[in-house]
Ligand binder design. Sequence first.
Ligand code: FES
Length: 264
Amino acid sequence: MCNANESKKTTPRVATGDRAILPEGAKAIPVYIMGKKYEVPETLTIMKAMEFAGFKFLRGAGCRGGICGACPTVYRMAGDYKLHFGLACQTVVEANMYLAQIPFYPANRASYDINAIGGLAEAIHALYPEVFRCVACNQCTKACPMDVDVLGYISAIKQGDIARAAKISFDCIQCGLCASRCLGEIPQYHVAQLARRVYGKYILPQAEHLQKRVSEIESGKYQTMLGDLAGMSKEELEKRYVEREREPDFFEGGKWMPKETQYL
Ligand code: FES
């Protein structure tokens, strides 16, 4: 059983489009931003509601699309002791939200040379020994606006399973809310980023086709083509785009080849 605010938390209203144009008849609702009450349209995301209230984002906003992690927000609903977490650009306001922005969290970030540290878990343990201060309280996971199993990847790192940690943490957007709740003062998101880097550098097989393409780029293979494109007018570019050869829909994978193979 849960109270009304808990059920709201499990089904957050997430913005799906540009809410800058208010639907006709949108009601104004009270929200509290940094402790002060404002009336804002009920259809706005937290970010747009704050702008509606007169705030200007110099920091704490980036992509506005739920990817960059610049807009973590902590809020509480009136009458409920619980803290809730979300992204300001994705979460729609609700009446009587008490909101605070956390655009930056000063978590410890280790310095390292990824080419020198090697692919063993001990390298991560040496750089972030605080992972062993984890008491498995799971507050980090509860704070994650991306529903990443933060405790799961910290446990995997402690057990030396870098591949598992990299996979579990793949959706992390580095907002830092996990670290803001950690009793052990672990910078989980930086630890996970290192795990993904180690996984990519030392554990995943090398992508040979990518190496080939990078050396072709470095040898200047595409310079003439890029120069030609850069010299075209907008109309010529549009014509080239419309007339380009395209793989037919539903063609069996790997069987189709364009007539022009010069740049493959
Ligand atoms: S502004 Fe990028 S995640 Fe919200």
